[in-house]
Design a protein around this ligand. Structure first.
Ligand SMILES: C[S@@+](CC[C@H](N)C(=O)[O-])C[C@H]1O[C@@H](n2cnc3c(N)ncnc32)[C@H](O)[C@@H]1O
Length: 381
């Protein structure tokens, strides 16, 4: 690749890998003259929200053009990158400056005074199409589904995202859209699996020979694959649609657990899940449901696990007692809006889950906080 690289520029350590509160603010609130009306200050703050779409705008454009792939090869000037990508020089500089405003690329001055742009090493895998924790699938999904969907939020609020018969709808994107999305949300798995594994050990749940995990709607199977790493004697079955299971099987091989991961093509509504699982796992499945379908899912879950089995649900679970303004609750409520925009689903509360558990003869035994999810563990009552 003929990227103009400037090797004197070290890979940046400036990129924030800490929570988003550390991202560079875009409004300099110290510049308000004394006595600025509250309404004017508020308009500045809200404007900052309204331009939230600029972030995916510049990130997606850069990904589309191959800019991140090129910058993974090394730092570049706008001229060098424009030559590599076959793009307009001035417009390429505008795009790179936009990325630097979000601290995605670092902008420094080379010895000849030209700006030099560096993609920090920590972000190389994040934009790589096949990176295990890559956001490329999420970016692709947002381009194909989310931009269009958000335009319909008001309409869905008006009619409740109901079918023509007046029924609440599940969130059902196409299998093809899932092939992109599921590969873009693997990054959620490591902290969830770590917390879940620790809690399972703490509860005396051991894997032991012949212990079985059922991963319902497994996607890439990342949760199964990481749990198989945590519990060397466990065997996992991942249930998902025809287009998705080959992705999970490939990833199991890549992660060295193919011998203990068994991908099963099927429809989790109409197919039999079997019985006697020691752990039934549902990650990012309940937020796709209506209250009625969630209750049905819990009943099926209850029948599928052994007497001392555990049901683990990792999802955007609102905990009213956990504090109204917690970061998780705020994120979950916005997640619910994104579900509604794309056609249905919700971020249900702990109380909702407790009711469905009780209806299914189950009881909650743990609720764990992770960065963007809560993990609920349940057993037979
Ligand atoms: C949001 S993704 C979650 C994937 C994975 N559990 C994760 O968290 O990474 C939902 C998954 O459920 C699968 N799914 C949805 N409806 C299904 C059904 N009726 N039968 C089998 N799989 C289904 C989708 O194909 C998709 O892989």
């Amino acid at each position: 690749m003929s990227v103009t690289t400037v090797t004197t520029v070290a890979a940046s350590a400036r990129i924030s890998v800490e929570p988003s509160a550390n991202l560079t603010p875009l409004v300099d609130t110290s510049r308000f003259p004394d006595g600025s009306p509250g309404e004017v200050r508020a308009a500045h703050r809200l404007y900052e929200h309204l331009i939230g779409m600029w972030a995916p705008g510049v990130i997606e454009a850069a990904q589309d053009l191959g800019a991140f792939a090129a910058l993974t090869e090394g730092p570049a000037t706008a001229a060098g990158l424009a030559e590599t990508l076959g793009t307009d020089l001035r417009a390429t500089r505008v795009l790179l400056d936009g990325l630097s405003a979000y601290d995605i690329v670092e902008r420094t001055r080379g010895t000849d005074g030209q700006a030099v742009y560096t993609l920090p090493t920590v972000l190389h895998g994040v934009f790589a199409p096949d990176g295990i924790f890559s956001l490329a699938g999420k970016i692709g999904h947002d381009r194909n589904v989310a931009w269009h969907a958000w335009r319909h939020l008001a309409g869905n609020v008006r009619d409740g995202a109901r079918s023509t018969e007046g029924e609440q709808r599940l969130n059902q994107i196409s299998e093809e859209d899932y092939t992109s999305l599921v590969r873009g949300i693997n990054f959620w798995a490591p902290p969830i699996v770590r917390s879940l594994a620790e809690e399972l050990r703490g509860q005396g749940w051991t894997s032991g020979a012949g212990r079985k995990l059922l991963d319902v709607g497994c996607g890439t199977g990342i949760y199964s694959h990481l749990l198989l790493g945590e519990f060397p004697e466990l065997e996992a079955a991942g249930l998902d649609a025809e287009r998705i299971i080959p992705i999970a099987d490939r990833q199991a091989a890549d992660l060295g657990v193919a011998g203990r991961f068994h991908g099963r093509t099927g429809d989790f509504w109409n197919d039999d899940w079997g019985t006697g699982s020691d752990l039934a796992l549902f990650v990012n499945i309940f937020h796709l449901q209506t209250p009625e379908s969630a209750r049905d899912l819990m009943l099926k879950a209850s029948k599928s696990v052994s007497d001392d089995g555990v049901i683990a649900i990792a999802d955007h679970i609102v905990d009213e007692d956990g504090g109204e303004g917690t970061t998780q609750n705020r994120f979950f409520r916005l997640f619910a809006a994104s579900m509604l925009a794309t056609g249905g689903g919700d971020a249900f509360s702990v109380q909702d889950y407790d009711q469905w558990l009780s209806d299914a003869g189950l009881r909650r035994v743990a609720l764990l906080d992770t960065p963007m999810h809560r993990v609920l563990l349940a057993r037979h009552a």
